[in-house]
Design a protein around this ligand. Structure first.
Ligand code: SF4
Length: 214
């Protein structure tokens, strides 16, 4: 099985993010404070593409979406739909396991104010590409939010203008299908942009697409 290329713990490729990482290591020495690895089996058919680690979520715990608001909805939904098993307890060492899906963030390091620069998204794409290439059974990519949607498009050399982001929208790239959702962030759920039924609907569609292609 092909192994993905992973960034080193002190990846220097994005100077601003490296400086923020060092600042966080000084302030919060017990936190993870490093590029956050992907989570889930490499044999999965579904890749869930997020944006970047949250400061007090994945950057603290070391596992994508773990310990922040977005993780509550994401993992609850995956558990409900049979795409995860075990117990989610907001810690990287809880018993949660993903089933047939793997979380692959667009940017591995926590950005200040949760906002990565376009250059950082572009720089970190090499690791996203490597992850997707290593997923030998990859059939469906579920992009959470427009930034992840656009980064996946660029990964496959597709024009953004020709593939606009739409919640529930599906694009077929031949070997893989891209389906996109509003990000399950606190802002989107608090403002009603994304409701729990809407999110369950799109994750369920991703699961069905992966199953249909068996
Ligand atoms: S975001 Fe990615 S490329 Fe940039 S420093 Fe972190 S791991 Fe390296």
């Amino acid at each position: 099985m092909k192994r993905p290329i992973v960034p080193p713990p002190d990846c220097p490729l994005c100077p601003r993010l490296m400086a923020f990482r060092h600042e966080n290591r000084r302030k919060y020495p017990d936190w993870f404070n490093a590029p956050v690895p992907c989570f889930g089996p490499l044999t999965a058919r579904i890749a869930i593409a997020g944006l970047a680690p949250g400061l007090q979520g994945a950057n603290r715990t070391g596992r994508p979406f773990t310990g922040d608001w977005a993780g509550d909805l994401l993992f609850e939904t995956l558990l409900k739909l049979g795409l995860a098993r075990g117990v989610y307890d907001e810690r990287a060492d809880d018993t949660l396991e993903l089933v047939n899906c793997r979380i692959v963030n667009s940017v591995r390091c926590v950005p200040p104010q949760n906002k990565p620069e376009p250059s950082e998204i572009n720089t970190c794409r090499r690791f996203l590409i490597s992850e997707l290439e290593a997923m030998a059974n990859l059939t469906v990519i579920l992009a959470l939010g427009k930034i992840a949607h656009d980064s996946v498009l660029r990964t496959y050399g597709k024009k953004i203008a020709a593939h606009p982001f739409k919640h529930g929208g599906i694009y077929d790239f031949g070997p893989v299908k891209l389906i996109s959702s509003y990000h399950c962030s606190r802002y989107n759920t608090n403002t009603g942009v994304l409701t729990t039924p809407m999110f369950e609907g799109v994750v369920g569609k991703a699961k069905a697409l992966a199953t249909d292609s068996l």
